[in-house]
Design a protein around this ligand. Structure first.
Ligand code: SAH
Length: 356
């Protein structure tokens, strides 16, 4: 058992089982043993790779998306260029580089990174040394400025609660202890008001998930966009609705048991984009568009071909593979989805058609 596992077993022995959300929160962000606080998760040496780490193409498309959205909204200056959960800072660094091509954008931008992990903040500072970023702990600390924001694989890292439908209501899935090891169990059945409408589309025995932090964070972003103008792009894996148990652990690029090695594996859950769209009420919300379709609409293939002209041999092969990985339906192209929000009544967002 990991040091965090021992700590959790002691806490459970003293206070009883904890919710999946409490378990996930400690595994990811425990100040000493949390996965994001203590480890270097990304890249070939780490546990998983994200789109910006696969190729500069992803950040370039995101940068052009933000710049076009900014131009379409009258080039407000100054404005806040923000990212939620920037990881190693690669995405924002690519955005910053490509934005050099857009007159006035960099001069008007004030970069704000919402990041909980001090360790990752240091990596972000190094990646963005020429961009003078600032940091915030929470979305509530975003400034009162027009807001142009991106978040890639951020919401999937937020803790979720899981409920199993039961004839007598909903039973919360919990993490307890059995024979000296962490084990899943179920709490008592109770009605849950937030899940009332899920009685229509689930049957007893089915699992639904709620991400308690998501409405607050997405709502905060939407509130600023309503008040000051702007746009936000959310990219994540998930779908339109929470359905089933999607809690997943990844370690060294492979699936692991979520209760093995707490603090040493990445834990994620599918993002419920309907909950994101609901939290953005009052904004214009786009349809949910698969990542591959979105990137194609923005011209990723033309850009990939232009970059390919300067490459040969193994570098060309890996460039072609990266383009395929980001866009192909069998890879990240359909599992990952994009959703955009903007101030109501404004020009449609690049690459995203309006929500019907
Ligand atoms: N966007 C990056 C990294 C995704 S991993 C990429 O695409 O490569 C998730 C990121 O969100 C990490 O930077 C993690 O430290 C951060 N994070 C997770 N939970 C957070 C929270 N509650 N508040 C702020 N940042 C958080």
């Amino acid at each position: 058992m990991t040091p965090l596992g021992d700590l959790l077993l002691r806490r459970i022995a003293a206070g009883g089982p904890i919710s999946v959300a409490e378990y996930m929160a400690d595994c990811l962000l425990h100040p000493e043993h949390g996965y994001y606080t203590a480890r270097e998760p990304f890249g070939a040496q780490g546990d998983f790779t994200t789109a910006p780490e696969i190729s500069q193409l992803f950040g370039e498309m995101a940068g052009l998306w933000l710049a076009q959205a900014w131009i379409d909204r009258g080039r407000p200056a100054p404005f806040c260029l923000a990212e939620l959960g920037p990881g190693r800072g690669t995405l924002m660094a690519d955005i910053w580089r490509v934005a050099r091509a857009v007159p006035g954008f960099r001069e008007a931008a004030r970069i704000l990174l919402v990041e909980a992990s001090p360790k990752l903040r240091r990596l972000q500072a190094a990646a963005l040394a020429d961009a003078a970023p600032r940091w915030a702990d929470r979305a509530e600390d975003l400034p009162d400025l027009p807001l142009f924001l991106v978040a890639n694989e951020f919401f999937d890292a937020l803790p979720i609660r899981q409920f199993v439908r039961d004839p007598g209501g909903w039973r919360e899935r919990q993490v307890g202890a059995q024979d000296g090891r962490l084990a899943f169990g179920l709490g008592p059945a109770a009605p849950i008001a937030a899940l009332d409408r899920r009685l229509d589309d689930t049957a007893p025995g089915e699992v639904v998930e709620i991400c308690p932090a998501l409405p607050a964070i997405a709502g905060e972003v939407a509130r600023r966009i309503r008040a000051h103008g702007g746009a936000a792009l959310f990219v994540d894996y998930g779908g339109w609705h929470s359905r089933g148990d999607t809690l997943q652990a990844v370690r060294r690029h492979g699936r692991a048991d979520p209760l093995d090695d707490p603090g040493e594996a990445d834990l994620t859950a599918h993002v419920d984009f309907e909950a994101l769209a609901r939290a953005a009420e009052g904004c214009a919300v786009s349809a949910l568009v698969p990542q591959g379709v979105f990137l194609e609409r923005l011209g990723i293939t033309e850009r990939a071909q232009a970059l390919a002209r300067g490459l040969s041999g193994a570098r060309l092969d890996s460039h072609v593979a990266a383009h395929r990985r980001l866009t192909h339906p069998g890879e990240m192209g359909t599992v990952f989805k994009t959703l955009g929000i903007a101030s109501a009544g404004s020009v449609p967002l690049p690459g995203l058609h309006p929500w019907p």
